[in-house]
Design a protein around this ligand. Structure first.
Ligand SMILES: Nc1ncnc2c1ncn2[C@@H]1O[C@H](COP(=O)(O)OP(=O)(O)OP(=O)(O)O)[C@@H](O)[C@H]1O
Ligand SMILES: [Mg+2]
Length: 271
């Protein structure tokens, strides 16, 4: 059982969530117990439909648990959680605003003066590599660019916790790695707490300080792993690190217990 400390920052205790669909009660997750410390990056890894987004919705206070409790910074979450910035699985960019206009929304809501707003906007556009597309509209840019735009808008909100639902899923491998490294740098610098949903085992093993592997429907946590690597890690060099390989293999084995080959089987397929 995952070690849950009462002074942890985000704590799920015996959480279940059911939805009423017509006359049927459908249980999305059950018995979810895990906790996240302030400044930690927690990855949620598991197959489609096992309840990863549901867990983020609970942390955001968009929905409440059917059983158990969700505590954020010492208090039960009741209603919307204004301490988090949430990048949902759909990017929800505003089609009538340009890339720059979308990223500026939280800056405008926060009432930043024009000069400060423009300076911050420039920083964020550079960060996600969208300066040349600042004036484009969401329907004129690629799926990966939309993700980067949504990420910049999320960072503009300046919250202590990020909820990220597959934020890098539409990106090519190089850009993905660059943005992962950038996210890691920003999170460490600002001591941000992150809940990050992914299907990608490499991404989970690289970015996560801890990684909750989900299984089944209703979804439940099979195991929560702590990353053996230190918090300051160079994502560009991970593929040379045997500790990273061992960790990735552990995640694989937990995620796909039925697909594990016998230890003695050869890697090459014989004709
Ligand atoms: N508002 C809702 N009403 C009814 N059922 C829901 C609702 N939200 C989620 N569910 C159901 O709960 C289950 C878990 O959904 P969830 O979106 O959390 O899965 P997921 O792990 O994020 O999947 P994916 O990887 O495909 O995004 C699914 O079967 C889904 O249909
Ligand atoms: Mg989801």
């Amino acid at each position: 059982m995952h070690d849950v400390r009462p002074d942890d920052f985000i704590i799920f205790t015996d959480v279940a969530k059911s939805f009423q669909i017509g006359t049927q009660q459908y249980t999305a997750i059950r018995d979810v117990t895990m906790s996240i410390k302030r400044g930690e990056i927690a990855m949620l890894l598991g197959p489609s439909g096992c309840g990863k987004s549901t867990l983020l919705n609970l942390a955001a206070g968009l929905i409440g648990p059917s059983a158990g409790q969700v505590v954020y910074d010492g208090a039960l979450i009741a209603g919307l959680n204004a301490k988090v910035a949430y990048m949902t699985q759909q990017d929800h960019l505003l089609p009538w605003r340009t890339v720059a206009g979308n990223i500026a929304v939280p800056l405008e809501v926060a009432g930043l003066p024009r000069r400060a707003r423009e300076a911050r906007l420039d920083e964020l556009l550079t960060l996600v590599g969208l300066t040349d597309f600042a004036k484009s509209y969401p329907n004129q840019i690629s799926g990966g660019m939309r993700k980067r735009c949504a990420l910049a808008r999320l960072l503009a909100a300046n919250r202590e916790t990020l909820l990220l639902d597959e934020p890098f899923s539409a990106l090519d491998a190089q850009l993905r790695l660059t943005l992962q490294a950038e996210l890691l740098r920003i999170c460490r610098k600002l001591n941000l707490t992150v809940m990050f949903v992914t299907h990608d085992i490499e991404e989970a093993a690289g970015l996560g300080d801890k990684c909750a592997v989900f299984q089944g429907r209703p979804g439940k946590i099979a195991k929560v792993f702590d990353n053996p690597l230190p918090k300051e890690r160079d994502l560009m060099r991970l593929r040379f690190d045997p500790r990273h390989h061992a960790f990735t293999n552990e995640l694989w084995a937990t995620l796909t217990p039925d697909l594990q080959p016998p230890v003695s089987s050869p890697i090459a397929l014989t004709a």
